[in-house]
Structures are given as structure tokens and as C-alpha cells.
Design a protein around this ligand. Structure first.
Ligand SMILES: Cc1ncc(COP(=O)(O)O)c(C=O)c1O
Length: 501
């Protein structure tokens, strides 16, 4: 067994090229060994002469390190008897002897970890490089087409003469001017008649789902969810202990009848009426009315997630569900993640008046409000007419991108995928031969740096044919051909397509 002195000496490694002085390196390393229990309290250290010889350091250097360790109570010096590790450090088990335990987490955190790991199995964000030209990840907008110069100018205006309002704690509900701009926008674009006092700014729609779960649900409350549906929202509500009731999606949207017969007294429904996520269906008028009638009768809530209604290319954009509701049961959630950019982390909730104050109280506990600078810049972007122009341009761009991608997919891989254009949103659904596993294909493609999502990741209970979600918003028309060539090459290499002739 090594003597304590031997242990100490074997563990000390000095870097003579470092800018950190040698006495400080020695001090840090001895302190670390005491703190992690490798050298116990009461142990006598080698003499400064031994250390000086063994470590090829001057005694002054060693004395400097010791002086500091003595001053901090790590070492004690006894006249004529040498230098000892302070007795306060006795009986510390060495880190090496302690089995590494996983951190102790709350039940909530454990359950979220397990819910999360069920999703994104093969297609992890960890190896996703946004610059990868072959990525077809849905939910990503065309960052290259964002009007950077205008944005910079508007933001600079606030940065050049920052006011207290910009630098201090913001209004809890969100910047008044921003809420006003949103209220006007949703009136024109979504038929929603609300006042700025009903709008609360959040850090993205995802925060709204979490806060609404906290606000409205008790553990074990039942929640109707679309199946397949938005995974992150489901996890947020499950984290509050909600029991999910998965409802089928057909060509009219969520199957309200199934909810009525299986669990009529659910507390809440989460739905995406404008473009069902991920299948793309529009919720029919009849189903909208049925949802509102059910919520009114049972005093239940409807969360309407309207994340990308701006991007509709054909078919009719129906007014928001919120606009049909006379009974104040619908809570509308919008976001700037798709229409501007996702890292902005700005979203909004339009609440029945009675929920505003309790919602804001939770908001305050969470994180107050998003950066006022970003709210003010976005408000200016809206107020000065850039927002609507940007939406118009993006809609035309995404429409053209979808068309170009479909043409290439059909020409190059049409025998493998069955693809129909989508009327709205930012991704296509490429149906696969029925015997294949979409999760397996998505995982294998991700290994080849081609990122898609498997439709079955979105499924809760009801079986679905296999399909991949292929984002088109991030693929410029003039790159569609080469990106699909890369996809075809990968599918050939994986044996899903015959070799090229
Ligand atoms: C269906 C759906 N709703 C909402 C969002 C927006 O979330 P956030 O505003 O938190 O970025 C997304 C993001 O991908 C989504 O897919």
C-alpha cells in the first residue's frame, strides 16, 4: 500500500508551461486531494525538503503553497514535528471508495426523463448540426430568408438608448405595446376578438403548455390528447400527473365522439385545429362545435395550439377555434418560433379574463417575463409592417420549396415513398411500405446524417401506417435535387432501394 506521502506525490502533476504559478498549482492539487478524501486529516505530509527534491521545486515555492493551505485550515504546522493535514478533514471517505450513485431526483423529474427518452430514440438533437445540408427536420424555418438587416436596425434602436423599461424587470404580463400588436394581429388574421389585457407573453408555446397544466390540472385529471399528436405538449401535461386519453385523428380531425364515450368528464383537451400536428388535417366545423359544446357542458378547457397557421398554401384557413367560442372555454396559444425564429423564445397565450391573474401569478414564480428587448423589437417588427410582409414572403417561399422537394422525391424515390402535398405547415408526410418500421429507418438515416422524424414517435396508442416527416421549409429549391440524391443514396446503402443502374 502506498504511504500517504507516496499517494500525494504520485497524484501531483505540475505543468511548467502553464501561466498558473507553480506554488498555486501545488496548492490547488493538495487542496483537491484533501477535499476528495484521498489524504485524510491528521496525516503528516512529506517534508518540504523531500517535496522539493521529488517535485524539482524550490522550497520557497512549496512554503508558499503550504502557507496558503495553513491559512485556510487545510494544513496545520507543529513546531519541530512537521506539517499535518488539519484534523477537521478526518474520517472523510475517499471519492474513489464511494460508489457513484445516480443523482437523487424527484418523482416528477424521473417520470419526465423516462417520457422523454421514449421519444427521439434514434434521431437525437445531439448529433444534429443545423448546417447539415441533408437535414429534413420538421419544425425548422428558413433561417436564411429572415430579414436580418431590418431586425438588427430595430433592435439597435432600443440598444442605442436603452430605457429603464428595456433594462429593468419587465411587465409580468408582457410588454403592453407587444400585447397590443398581438391582439390586433390575431383579430385580423385569426378572427379573435380580444383585448391586450387578455394576452400574456410567454417564453414559447412550450412554456404556455407547462403553465396551463399547472394552472388547470390536478394529478390524475384526464386530458384528451390527439393521437398522434404534439409530443412536447403531452409530456408537459403528463408531468402535472395528467392521465392522457388518446383520441384518434380522422379526416375531420380529433375524434370528439370517442372522447365523449370513453371519458366525457376530462378536464381539458389539447388540440391543433388549424393544422393537426403532425398529420395536417384541418378540424371540421362540426367537430369544432362539438368540442366547444362538450367543454361548456362539463366546464372543461380547450387548449388551442395554433403554432403555424400562417403557413397555409391551399384550402381555406378557418378562423381560430377561440373565435367560435361564446363560453370562454378556449385558451389560444400562439408562437413566433415558426413565423420568425425558434430561439427567440416568444409565444403568447390568449386567456379568458378570469384566468389572466392566476396565470400571471404562476408566470411570476417561473421566470417573470421574456427579455423586454426582444418583445419591443418584435412589437416594432409587427407595428412597422414588416411582419405581414415576412409572412407573405415565407408563405410563397415554403410553397415553392414544398413543390420542388416533392418533384425531386417523386422523380428519385417515388417508388418507395407515397407522398401527397400538404395544405399547410412545414413538413410532408412520406408514407412507407407497410412492412417497414419508420423508427428504424429514421434512426438509420440519422446515422447517415439525414434527419427526419418517424411518424410513430408521435403515436400514443392507435396504430398508424409507417411514415417519415420530412421538413421542406429549410431546403432551398435549388438544393432540393442534391439533398434528395443524398437521401436516395442513403436508402440504397441501407438496402431499401435497389442499386443505381
Ligand atoms: C405543434 C407545435 N406546437 C407548438 C410548437 C412551438 O413551440 P415553441 O413556441 O415552444 O417553440 C411546436 C414546435 O415545434 C409544435 O410543433
Amino acid at each position: 500500500m502506498k504511504s500517504p506521502a507516496g499517494l500525494l506525490l504520485s497524484a501531483i502533476e505540475l505543468d511548467r508551461t502553464s501561466a498558473i504559478p507553480l506554488y498555486r498549482q501545488l496548492y490547488l492539487q493538495i487542496r483537491k486531494q484533501i477535499l476528495n478524501g484521498r489524504i485524510q486529516g491528521g496525516v503528516r505530509l512529506p517534508s518540504t525538503r523531500t517535496l522539493s527534491d521529488e517535485l524539482a521545486l524550490s522550497r520557497i515555492t512549496i512554503l508558499n503553497a503550504f502557507d496558503q493551505l495553513i491559512a485556510e485550515g487545510f494544513l496545520a504546522s507543529r513546531t519541530g514535528a512537521g506539517t499535518y493535514v488539519g484534523t477537521d478533514w478526518e474520517n472523510r471517505a475517499s471519492e474513489d471508495e464511494q460508489p457513484r450513485q445516480p443523482p437523487r431526483l424527484s418523482d416528477l423529474s424521473q417520470s419526465m426523463l423516462s417520457l422523454r427518452s421514449d421519444h427521439f430514440r434514434g434521431v437525437s438533437y445531439a448529433d444534429w448540426d443545423p448546417a447539415t445540408p441533408t437535414s429534413f427536420l420538421p419544425s425548422h424555418s428558413s433561417y436564411d430568408a429572415f430579414p436580418q438587416a431590418i431586425w438588427r436596425r430595430l433592435m439597435n434602436r432600443h440598444l442605442l438608448k436603452p430605457t429603464k423599461a428595456i433594462l429593468g424587470y419587465g411587465e409580468l404580463q408582457g410588454l403592453q405595446a407587444f400585447r397590443q400588436a398581438i391582439a390586433e394581429y390575431v383579430f385580423d388574421a385569426r378572427g379573435i376578438d380580444c383585448n391586450a389585457g387578455q394576452v400574456v407573453i410567454v417564453s414559447g408555446a412550450q412554456q404556455a403548455f407547462n403553465l396551463l397544466g399547472m394552472l388547470l390540472l390536478n394529478p390524475q385529471d384526464s386530458v384528451w390528447m390527439e393521437d398522434p399528436g404534439h409530443i412536447a405538449a403531452r409530456i408537459a401535461l403528463q408531468a402535472q400527473g395528467a392521465q392522457v386519453v388518446p383520441l384518434r385523428i380522422d379526416d375531420q380531425g380529433i375524434d370528439v365522439q370517442q372522447g365523449l364515450s370513453e371519458c366525457p368528464d376530462a378536464r381539458l383537451v389539447f388540440c391543433t385545429p388549424s393544422r393537426q400536428h403532425p398529420l395536417g388535417v384541418t378540424l371540421s366545423y362540426a367537430r369544432r362545435q362539438a368540442l366547444i359544446d362538450w367543454a361548456a357542458e362539463h366546464q372543461s378547457w380547450i387548449i388551442e395550439d395554433d403554432c403555424d397557421s400562417e403557413f397555409r398554401y391551399s384550402g381555406r384557413l378557418l378562423p381560430a377555434l377561440y373565435a367560435m367560442d361564446q363560453m370562454a372555454r378556449v385558451i389560444y396559444v400562439g408562437t413566433f418560433s415558426k413565423v420568425l425564429f425558434a430561439s427567440l423564445r416568444l409565444g403568447y397565450v390568449i386567456l379568458p379574463q378570469a384566468l389572466v391573474e392566476p396565470f400571471c401569478t404562476l408566470r411570476a414564480v417561473m421566470d417573470r417575463s421574456p427579455p423586454t428587448l426582444l418583445q419591443a423589437t418584435t412589437a416594432d417588427f409587427m407595428g412597422e409592417g414588416h411582419f405581414l410582409g415576412h409572412i407573405r414572403r415565407m408563405r410563397a417561399l415554403y410553397k415553392a420549396r414544398q413543390q420542388a422537394l416533392i418533384e425531386q422525391l417523386q422523380t428519385q424515390i417515388g417508388s418507395f415513398f407515397r407522398i401527397t402535398p400538404v395544405e399547410a405547415g412545414m413538413h410532408l408526410i412520406a408514407w412507407l411500405p407497410s412492412e417497414l418500421s419508420d423508427t428504424e429507418i429514421a434512426r438509420q438515416l440519422a446515422e447517415q446524417h439525414i434527419h427526419t422524424y418517424a411518424l410513430s414517435d408521435y403515436r400514443i396508442k392507435h396504430a398508424l401506417p409507417p411514415a417519415l416527416l420530412i421538413g421542406f421549409a429549410g431546403t432551398p429549391e435549388n438544393q432540393a435535387r442534391e439533398r434528395v440524391e443524398a437521401l436516395a443514396r442513403a436508402l440504397r446503402a441501407l438496402g431499401y432501394l435497389p442499386p443505381a443502374t
